[in-house]
Design a protein around this ligand. Structure first.
Ligand code: UDP
Ligand code: MG
Length: 327
């Protein structure tokens, strides 16, 4: 069985077309399939449309979250719900062509555990977005312990084994593509051209992209903490040089170290470094705090699935929902 996860946040404009194209591709593949739509607290007609789709097509499963949890958590809720042997993650905006799914499926049948889409070209994106995406991946790969393949998004096919491992990763600051790389197994790329959004507009403003970037770096690396230590050593060395210099000037010449301004600049610089360091430490500490609270990652209000009574108000600590029946 093949499962497809589609996170939806205010996607009323493109949803029906998305379902049409996905269904077209999946029907032609002649394997049993389900399409799991995760409604991530949309404020438009998305839920009404999803209910209609579900009523018309028994392959459409609808996961209704209790509010907006964000893209990565919406996909996580989908991962908990799917029952397929292989799962495809795809956006609702048709930027990633559903027509690639058969190719991904074939690679999976040939033994790949993860087939990730690799964007060779992206239409209709601002040059700022392209630039920021490029910087994002380079920085993460330099700083973090896992290597995320360049120019990949969440469009990918994942084997059941990998899904199960990802469900056991309880962290709340999730960057799924990095978590997926971390799991290992056989991961193969599939190059494609990324199209422009079919309808609607991007739900990733700068602030959300920055958050995602932070998660990628801070969740997978402690290098920034080490950098702070290095900077501390560096500035201490400077101070040491200053002391030696001051001594030499005092002993060997007849005038004092002049310079109220050097003092002032030095002080400003050092307090700046200190504040940045505290900020970096705070970033980690804040994460420890949110993880330690052990709240559920997301709350599922209900699931619409053909032939099964809808489970009301489930919530999930990913990986802690053992014994939940998948049938
Ligand atoms: N999305 C979501 N919750 C959010 C933001 C986005 O479920 O809070 C979904 C959105 O509906 C889309 C996917 O995540 O299916 C990717 O969002 P978008 O296309 O806006 O991102 P971009 O392609 O611009 O990076
Ligand atoms: Mg998009």
């Amino acid at each position: 069985m093949l499962s497809v996860i589609v996170p939806c946040f205010n996607e009323e404009a493109g949803l029906v077309e998305c379902h049409r194209q996905l269904s077209g591709v999946l029907v032609a593949m002649e394997t049993p399939y389900e399409i799991v739509y995760v409604n991530d607290g949309s404020q438009d007609r998305t839920y009404a449309l999803l209910k209609e789709l579900h009523a018309q097509d028994s392959h459409a499963v609808v996961v209704q979250l209790s509010r907006n949890f964000g893209h990565q958590l919406a996909v996580s809720a989908g991962l908990e719900t799917v029952i397929g042997d292989a799962t495809v993650i795809i956006d609702a905006d048709l930027q990633d062509p559903p027509q690639l799914i058969p190719q991904m499926y074939r690679l999976w049948q040939e033994g790949a555990h993860v087939v990730y889409g690799m964007r060779t070209d992206r239409e209709g994106e601002s040059s700022f977005k392209l630039w920021s995406a490029r910087v994002f991946y380079r920085v993460i790969n330099r700083l973090s312990d896992v290597q995320i393949p360049l120019d990949t998004g969440d469009f990918r096919l994942i084997d059941r084994k990998v899904v199960d491992v990802m469900l056991q990763m309880p962290e709340r600051h999730r960057l799924l593509r990095a978590m997926c790389s971390w799991v290992g197994f056989r991961q193969v790329p599939l190059a494609y051209k990324r199209a422009a959004r079919f309808a609607g507009e991007t739900k990733y403003p700068l602030s959300k992209m920055l958050n995602l970037g932070m998660d990628g770096i801070v969740s997978f690396s402690t290098v920034p903490l080490r950098l702070v230590v290095l900077v501390g050593f560096g500035t201490a060395m400077f101070a040491l040089l200053g002391i030696v210099y001051a001594f030499c000037v005092r002993l060997l010449t007849s005038h004092w170290v002049a310079g109220w301004s050097t003092l002032f600049i030095g002080m400003l610089f050092l307090s700046g470094v200190q504040m940045i360091s505290l900020g970096v430490i705070g970033e980690y500490l804040g994460r420890v705090y949110t993880e330690v609270k052990q709240r559920p990652l997301f709350v599922i209000a209900h699931v619409l699935r053909a032939g099964s009574p809808s489970a009301m108000l489930e919530h999930s600590f990913v990986g802690r929902a053992e014994g939940r029946d998948r049938a």
